[in-house]
Design a protein around this ligand. Structure first.
Ligand SMILES: Cc1cc2nc3c(=O)[nH]c(=O)nc-3n(C[C@H](O)[C@H](O)[C@H](O)COP(=O)(O)O)c2cc1C
Length: 185
């Protein structure tokens, strides 16, 4: 099994990284992980060049190629909340998924990405209304053909200013629920 992680946090040892580590440690031995740290990656946002209105795919060639290999079974989208949204470089990555929609709408191309499972991780300092971030993650999962159930596949710690993520009393329970759902237990 391969897991692709889109990590939107700029802090390598921050709150999002902590949850990612706790979640990764519970995957079965032998699971392969590949991470795209969106702050470190060189990924351009979509610039509406409209190549994808006429041709298949996207004309920008950069580290987005990791996603187009489509060789992963689980997609984890992880981000701190910034103004209730995902962080800007992660949104740049998500904007680049738009060619999937345009190829389908303008060129009538069928979706070709394999089905996979989605997990969302959000951190926030003070319960900052996560709905905008949840909604954009849902869009990303849908475009990438990842099943996502917000009641089961969403792990959050939204009060990190007051309760450190390491001390979040609900984290282990959320991780267990998500993994039970992912592995069909
Ligand atoms: C620019 C900026 C905007 C933020 N906006 C929010 C917000 O809307 N809601 C919230 O709960 N926390 C907000 N935060 C706090 C972070 O989401 C929080 O500290 C998070 O735990 C950091 O995670 P990290 O260590 O993985 O980067 C913001 C922080 C920054 C720097």
């Amino acid at each position: 099994m391969k897991v692709l992680i889109l990590n939107g946090s700029p802090r390598p040892n921050g709150d999002t990284a902590y949850i990612l580590g706790a979640l990764k440690s519970k995957f079965p031995y032998g699971t392969e992980f590949e991470s795209l740290n969106t702050y470190a990656a060189n990924i351009h946002p979509c610039n509406d060049c409209r190549y994808c209105w006429e041709k298949e795919g996207c004309c920008i060639k950069d580290e987005m190629e990791i996603l187009w290999k489509d060789d992963y079974d689980v997609l984890i989208i992880a981000s701190p909340l910034y103004m209730s949204f995902v962080t800007p470089p992660l949104f740049s990555v998500i904007s680049r998924l738009n060619h999937i929609w345009s190829n389908h709408y303008f060129l009538k191309l069928p979706g070709s990405l394999k089905q996979k499972k989605g997990i969302l991780i959000l951190t926030g300092g003070a319960d900052g209304s996560p709905d905008p971030a949840i909604n954009i993650a849902k869009t990303a999962f849908r475009f990438l053909n990842a099943e996502f159930n917000p009641a089961l596949d969403y792990i959050k710690s939204l009060n990190t200013n007051t309760v450190s993520v390491q001390d979040d009393p609900d984290l282990a329970r959320q991780i267990d629920i998500t993994l039970s759902h992912i592995f069909g237990a």
